[in-house]
Design a binder for this molecule. Sequence first.
Ligand code: PEP
Ligand code: MG
Length: 573
Amino acid sequence: EQFKDVCKTLENHYRDMQDMEFTVEHGKLYMLQTRNGKRTAQAALKIACDLVDEGMRSEQEAVAMIDPRNLDTLLHPQFDAAALKAATPAGRGLGASPGAACGKIVFTAEDAESWHARGEKVVLVRLETSPEDITGMKAAQGILTVRGGMTSHAAVVARGMGTCCVSGCGDIAMDEENKRFTLAGKEYHEGDYLSIDGTTGNIYDGQIPTVDATIAGEFGRVMAWADKYRKLKVRTNADTPADARKARELGAEGIGLCRTEHMFFDEDRIAAFREMICSDTAEEREAALEKILPYQQGDFEKLYEALEGYPVTIRFLDPPLHEFVPTEEADIEKLAAAQGKTVEEIKNIIAGLHEFNPMMGHRGCRLAVTYPEIARMQTKAVIRAAINVQKEHPGWKVKPEIMIPLICDVKELKYVKKIVVETADAEIKASGIELYYEVGTMIEIPRAALTADEIAAEADFFCFGTNDLTQMTFGFSRDDAGKFLTAYYDSKILENDPFAKLDQNGVGKLMDMSIKLGKPVNPKMHVGICGEHGGDPSSVEFCHKIGLDYVSCSPFRVPIARLAAAQAAINQK
Ligand code: PEP
Ligand code: MG
């Protein structure tokens, strides 16, 4: 009884669950120590709800008690706790996309697909991934790469899919050709079991069973409180209707970024896309674009449907075209046949697309400047889809937001916007219905931030592409920085990966400056962020402070962003 009284006194005093140490000696109770008890994510939610129900904490305090990063574990499969305790990691990479995965090792996307089709669970191990690996990545339980940082292709795509990913494990000595690798002195072959943890980055030899995460009832209660107190809206980065629906389930209030290039990964689509890239003349390109248009329009219709009238930001084609060209001889031959060209001619076109620094090369709005027909086709697809869905759902307010990437000068935006507006207005006029659309831009090049007042005059919205903005502000390649960042942490030059946690002093200053320059020129303009930082709690807090309207992140990070946004608002008060 005496012990229970002391417990109550301590819990009432600290207004939190206590981890207490005590002893009883010669019939006397001694309290040795007390501290706030450590807790799992699920327990944290339960404790927060109990404290509110007991009148000990306000809703705001309860929301502020929970570490948003821990919610990740509630949304993905985890290793069986007892089995994990008995396991020792064989190596470690970056925890690039949360969750746990266990399966047989495969080395190619094709093997991942075919093994998966015959009912095997696989872990795809690659040096790095590229757009051609997408279907294999989808089929895998988890993805492990030797190279690449937190915003490498593997990391970004895996997070979008909600698939576990460990990236940048440089300790792996890879022999892709012979389908084997060595880690911590052991040679692994195709078919060997491997277990990886995308939260910690740990890699385990053999099988560790996984369990599906369950969302306890308290999760919904805490999220409802968070929504009550946050000011920032939370959107999602989604390229497929399935991702969009998942994000809506998790509370997203719109799409902040649809990367349209991700819609071309399926085999028949990539064929049409390659024909477009490997065209010699505008006529050839337009003929290929005609094939692509119905695919894009169909996808956009499904996105608008999934979003039920919430805004959808569609970003025009962004990556360098050479990322899509075929590398396999058979694919090159197929493309040559489809184009009525020789294999030699196709190879010459591909060679002509080679760039020494593609990230700063022919990509983003530069593609629309050189090939306006691409922007024209994408506008038609966006607007025709919106018209169709609007007609079908008169009660919704379908609102496409067309986003032009990689702008560095207002004249670029003006140039592309003219193509968009002329095409869109003609489509809307012909449809006979009213449709409101916006044309905005990403701010992801330092020069765009520095001239944000000029750009704001032409933009309905700004959206910070902090992946590229970080890359270009630091001058660190987002795909290669993982290789040297560890040395930077060891030398205490950097504390965190600036691609994961926003560098508020530098990149953040450019964002703040953009808003301060842009808003007075165009007060109606809305401002968001869609780089990976949009799902990082400390970055979300910064976005709240500098007055963004929304953050946009991968579907599985939406609850984290909602909670972080609420905490930012509560802490500010
Ligand atoms: C960005 O640069 O932050 C962005 C969202 O675009 P992407 O990652 O597609 O370059
Ligand atoms: Mg970008």
